[in-house]
Design a binder for this molecule. Sequence first.
Ligand code: CTP
Ligand code: CA
Length: 216
Amino acid sequence: MRVLLTAGPTYEPLDPVRFLGNRSTGKMGYALAEAFAAQGAQVVLISGPSTLPDPVDERIETVRVETAAEMFAAAAAAAETADIWVFAAAVADYRPARVAAEKIKKSGDTLTLELVKNVDIAATLGQRKRAEQFAVGFALETTNELAHARDKLHRKNFDLVVLNSLRDAGAGFGHDTNKVTVLDAAGQIVNFELQSKADVARGLVSLILARRAATH
Ligand code: CTP
Ligand code: CA
């Protein structure tokens, strides 16, 4: 079994010394890679800039990228031959319209940046998903969480969507624990307890493998 996993943030350069990024650490994605490998899967872990070391498990191939465009290219190359796709990365939705060749000098009292939309990796690959392939996405929401997560599941052709709620103390970016809810296309909901990201990862992997076996 082959798994494609995206993880971590993306950094979108502004000039040679600056970038736009986000607070994703990659912990959840790396934990998922290790949990899949522990089940015997061959994993391609496509990671944005994360301070975590490459997983040592020889079943995990770590590909380091920086921008959303680089992450898309690496993911598209691995998607065809992967049986399961998991999109755990916090991909920047926008990037600076222009990357300055030289460091931007301080000038006026305000500075306006023009941003352009990045490729949606999950949605673009979702259109190419074959019947035997299984896709899992994440959704980070602060309002109307279930409705937004369900919308993403349909829009991006996911089989399952993992909803991260930022409302719970100890869950989300940077924490070692996480609390998630999993939704499927049939409307079924599975609630996970607040637990370590390693335990959440093991629970998600067994749910993913069970659902894939049941539906494929
Ligand atoms: N995703 C992706 N490529 C993007 C943006 C998101 O692959 N350019 C993936 C994420 O890895 C995640 C899912 O899509 O699995 C949902 O990401 P999220 O940021 O919650 O959704 P968006 O569609 O970007 O919507 P918004 O940020 O407005 O809520
Ligand atoms: Ca987004």
